[in-house]
Design a protein around this ligand. Structure first.
Ligand code: CP
Ligand code: NVA
Length: 298
């Protein structure tokens, strides 16, 4: 039976830990220039309804390095953009391709695509979640700290799609998660899972980062959302700057899924500072993408 990756909880904890192991192995292959082409003859269709640098390029390069091929598809150039249904598109694409990646607005569209496709569907971000990002971030944290169990993540800023996926990750991996955000920017809590005591949502950014092993932030205004002065001024106290970093553990890791808006959610000083691992984090998208593609498409 085909396996989709629409949300983090589509994987068991053991499957996710195995992907971390696989991704580290693939990273080593690349470093050693060892060819590894398990997806020879396979094609991934990539539907992008929103912009992307990391997701598009890491999946495209990932398919190439695994011996496969990828197609960059935008709805405005497909009949999808002229009213062909997702269901019909899913059935047709399933006759040509071996997997579909989709980045779009409404999570329901991804579910609809997966329901009608007979090939694996991967969620490349929706308004509700960004599972492939957080899966890859778990690899980065494991690589840097040697474990996930009991690690404290402070997610500071807007309670958006990335925050939502962190909540799912925390429930799966026994992470301590403190989300620091204004009341009106709180993440929507998943209905399908019960929230343990190890997850707190606070309006005080200092409480969120106290004793944190990782401080994580993301843009204040997500794709498809209109920027308002009101939201930006509400979020100003949640900027990840040096004073906030100083409250956390001395060796705290600073992460950002990127793109960053310097001097908004994060200062340049912190992004370029000694605690920041954002570019190692961005690189790991490629290695984790490849591990996931290998699992779902081979
Ligand atoms: N972090 C992330 O998904 O980046 P892109 O929007 O550039 O793909
Ligand atoms: N929350 C951001 C993430 C970008 C990778 C957005 O949805 O625009």
């Amino acid at each position: 039976m085909k396996k989709d990756f629409l949300k983090l909880s589509d994987l068991t904890k053991d499957e996710a830990l195995d992907l971390i192991k696989q991704a580290l192995e693939l990273k080593q292959f690349k470093a050693n220039k060892t060819a590894h082409r398990p997806l020879e003859g396979k094609t991934l269709g990539m539907i992008f309804n929103k912009n992307s640098t990391r997701t598009r390029i890491s999946f495209e390069v990932g398919m190439f390095e695994l011996g496969g091929h990828s197609l960059f598809l935008t709805p405005d150039q497909m009949q999808l953009g002229r009213g062909e249904t997702i269901a019909d598109s899913a059935r047709v694409l399933s006759r040509y391709l071996d997997g579909i990646l989709i980045r779009t607005f409404d999570f329901k569209e991804v579910e609809e695509l997966a329901k009608h496709a007979s090939i694996p569907v991967i969620n490349g971000l929706t308004d509700l979640n960004h599972p492939i990002q957080v899966l890859s971030d778990l690899l980065t944290i494991h690589e840097k700290l040697g474990r996930l169990d009991g690690i404290k993540i402070a997610y500071v800023g807007d309670g958006n799609n990335v925050a939502y996926s962190w909540i799912t990750a925390a429930t799966m991996f026994n992470l301590r998660l403190s989300v620091g955000c204004p009341a009106s920017c709180k993440p929507e809590l998943p209905k399908e899972i019960s929230i343990p005591d190890s997850i707190e949502i606070t309006e005080d950014p200092a409480t969120a980062v106290k004793d944190a092993d990782v401080i994580y932030t993301d843009v204040w205004i997500s794709m498809g959302e209109e920027e308002t002065e009101e939201k930006v001024s509400l979020l100003k106290p949640y900027q990840v700057n040096q004073s906030l970093v100083d409250i956390a553990k001395k060796d705290v890791l600073v992460m950002h899924c990127l793109p960053a808006h310097r001097e908004m959610e994060i200062t340049s000083e912190v992004l370029e500072g000694k605690n920041s691992i954002v570019f190692d984090q961005a690189e790991n998208r490629l290695h984790m993408q490849k591990a996931l593609l290998k699992k779902l498409l081979s």
